[in-house]
Design a protein around this ligand. Sequence first.
Ligand code: AMP
Ligand code: MG
Length: 430
Amino acid sequence: MFLKLNGLDRDNLQIGREQLISVKEAQQKLLSVFHPLESESIPLSEAAGRILSEDVKSAIDLPLFTNSSMDGFAVRSSDVNNASRRHPVALSVVEDIPAGKTPSVRLAKNQTARIMTGAPVPDGADAVIPVEDTDQYDPQSRSSFDLPSEIRVFRTVRAGDYIRHQGEDVRKNEVVLHANSPLKPQELGILAMLGKANVSVFRPPKIAILSTGDELVPVEEPLESGQIHDSNAYTLSALIKRDHGNPEYLGIIPDNEDSVRKFLETAVANSADLIITSAGVSVGVFDYVRTVVESGGELTFWRVNMRPGKPVVFGNFQGVPIIGLPGNPVSAFVGYEVFVRPAILRLSGITGVPRYTIKARLIDGIESDGRESYLRGILKYEDDEWAARLTGHQGSGNLLSLVQANALLIIPPGVKSLAAGSEVDAWLLD
Ligand code: AMP
Ligand code: MG
């Protein structure tokens, strides 16, 4: 007991209260060192999910040429002003225009051209009559392949009907895509329509992942007494991929100063843009990450007023930014969401991606300890609002309670208890 108190006192003396910084301040310090990486040009076929590094302007109109939106007959609308099923109007067919062909004839009075969807509308025509509204339509089979010399039209049309006008979708010189967000499938489609075979995107950040701890064993190996499998590496790797980074797992670091230094040097040699470690950052006798960062680079902060995950190291090692997350799997996860995600988004060039934060009503009261807390919760939509309760045991080593959660409930700093019915902010996890 005495030893423990003694340890705590020593701790306070060494650290000084000012070094326990708020989540907000820590995020600001951290974000100020990250900037988007350089851009590169890549083939469109590889661009899904990559982050555009410049706005894309269209060099052409879309559609590029005025074309038919139906299979039918191009007409002059004035020729069919009085057409109906009882009094069809006869037109003579002067041309066949399948998609991909350029019309060669200008329609004169009472002339028509057979036209397919997507084919250019011939000069003289101002509308299209769908084949269903002519005597050329046979519902039992496809329309006749042979071009008729004359057709009968059963309806009127207004000028412009069934025509897609040049530029009605996109105008030449219009900005169609904005930089700084991940390319979606439909955006690849429009880039192809614009003839962009290559696109300019940000280089994705290379994120080195290191797990520290003598007790850790790779998932492929059996456990001996006192050992556990390294789980953080898998969670962190997947989170990094989700956030458009390229994770590179460098392995498990034994708990000694030399090994920690050696592995960090490997990460630097592999040109990591950011190093993420887990564990070895608290005040245990074998927690070397902070010491090594301090001696081989610069320590910006190492304690944040949050729960779980108070010990979070941030600084650089030989100039490469490093975030040392706590070892407990839930703390590592929360530390990632609070600190690593914003850093990776910044490096990736992604801006304006909101956190999906919603307001939720607590079903039961919650006790907190005054630190900014990120608690595992389950949200359910009932009676027109989100109702929140905590998942089971909130110990930061209990991963199942995170697996069962669909949100992190955020208790602001300074708040020690919240009554049932209070409103909290929640981050949706899925
Ligand atoms: P430490 O920060 O090194 O004191 O670790 C805190 C707790 O997290 C300990 O119970 C560790 O065994 C555990 N832990 C550390 N690293 C990992 C990891 N990569 N996967 C799962 N648990 C870990
Ligand atoms: Mg450890």
